[in-house]
Design a protein around this ligand. Structure first.
Ligand code: HEC
Ligand code: HEC
Length: 347
């Protein structure tokens, strides 16, 4: 190698190293300023440390708002009205609603956060791609009208909305829009409610009450009845039990759904990125809240195949030998194991 070439090679190597060092320093400074601190000062002792878990990264999100502009004007109007109905259901369809009076004063959004678009906030991302589908609860293939009306009749303890009404069409148009890019028969990451890992012990309403008083009561009140807004038409803080809450047949009456919903969404402001409850607290809260009085529903037509009941469905008869008490409060693992073993038997 000529001395000149040698010199050039050395110089190139040195400048290359310099560039890499500068990039590294810049990255470190940037991270100091903008990076996330895993254990931020506001996390309390009882809050779990957020681990990097693939359940919580790159979650599906709703289509950006401006894409609505591309829809036909009529469709766009319908989608917007649908979103409005999900957000402010009670203004239109509640006890003092302007269109019809078929529900209990709650809004769909109370349980389907951010108009059904919040990751792990019981969103609607998987709906358009998966309905019609077979559901064990009805023992039939359900379309979206049936599924939406399930929530009217159970979660909003009300009556079904006519499938030909503008309101039903609007709700379905909005749900369709939310699921625009989801491939058929797939469930995007972060859709619906998170499945919290089960406890070894039964869930405990007494422990749940202590957590409730500390972390929930300020908004949802000691009697669980929530706080009505000033206009008396909807809730500032929705009820968790009592006559204006969801009934016995609702999805949240299953303690696993309740735990999954509150774990990543409550107290208000908590998200999957910043949860505030431990798994135990979430389960025990479910046990406490779902031990309080609430409206009943005739469930005699539900679960025509009793072997299809989920492990935490609190009403017998069951195909397995476990009690209603254990189905309701757990421990669930023996039940899940029994169900899994007997599924294998059948095949
Ligand atoms: C009290 C809480 C609550 C309210 C209020 C509520 N829902 Fe739901 N909804 C649920 C729960 C919980 C589930 C999931 C149930 C399950 O998976 O067993 C659900 C599921 C659904 C689904 C199916 C989602 C899927 O991925 O399969 C649709 C659609 C739906 N709700 C629509 C509505 C509409 C529309 C309203 C308002 C009219 C509404 N819900 C109000 C709790 C609620
Ligand atoms: C700062 C007030 C606040 C606190 C504290 C709070 N919530 Fe909520 N909660 C709300 C609001 C507001 C909504 C409705 C959200 C919406 O409509 O966007 C809600 C909705 C809910 C719902 C679904 C709707 C219903 O009424 O069934 C449940 C369940 C719930 N909260 C449980 C809890 C639990 C359990 C705690 C304690 C860990 C808690 N919340 C703490 C304000 C609060």
């Amino acid at each position: 190698m000529s001395p000149l070439r040698k010199l050039v090679t050395v110089l190139l190597t040195i400048s290359g190293l310099l560039v890499i060092t500068v990039i590294l320093i810049m990255a470190m400074v940037f991270n100091q300023i903008f990076g996330f601190d895993e254990e931020s000062p506001e996390t309390t002792d009882s809050a779990p440390v957020v681990k990097v878990d693939s359940n919580f990264v790159n979650l599906w999100t709703a289509p950006v708002e401006w894409r609505m502009m591309r829809l036909e004007p009529e469709e766009q109007k319908l989608v917007k009205y649908g979103k409005e109905l999900i957000t402010h259901t009670s203004q239109y369809l509640g006890p003092k609603g302007s269109v019809r009076n078929i529900s209990n004063g709650m809004n769909c959004q109370n349980c389907h956060l951010n108009a059904g678009s919040q990751p792990w906030g019981n969103n609607y991302f998987a709906v358009e791609a998966n309905y019609p589908k077979f559901r064990e609860r009805s023992g039939a293939v359900e379309d979206q009208v049936k599924r939406v009306n399930d929530c009217f009749e159970r979660s909003l303890n009300g009556q079904a909305l006519d499938s030909n009404s503008t309101e039903m069409k609007a709700i379905l148009a909005y749900i369709k829009w939310l699921g625009s890019d989801v491939p058929k028969k797939t469930t995007p990451k972060g859709a619906g409610i998170f499945k919290v890992k089960g406890l070894k012990r039964p869930t405990d309403p007494i422990k749940g009450q202590i957590v409730y008083e500390a972390k929930c009561q300020s908004c949802h009140q000691a009697n669980g009845e929530g706080v009505l807004a000033e206009d008396g038409k909807s809730y500032t803080y929705p009820p968790l039990w009592g006559k204006n809450s969801y009934n016995h047949g609702a999805g949240l009456y299953r303690i696993s759904n309740f735990a999954g919903y509150v774990k990543y969404n409550m107290p208000l402001g908590a998200t999957y990125e910043r949860p505030q409850l431990t798994d135990e607290e979430a389960w025990d809260l479910g046990a406490y809240v779902n031990s309080q009085p609430r409206p009943a529903k005739d469930l005699s037509k539900d679960w025509p195949n009793i072997a299809g009941k989920p492990f935490d469905h609190p009403f017998g008869p069951y195909a397995d030998p476990f009690s209603e008490e254990q189905h309701k409060y757990g421990p669930y693992k023996p039940i899940k194991d029994w169900i899994a073993a007997h599924k294998k038997d059948k095949k």
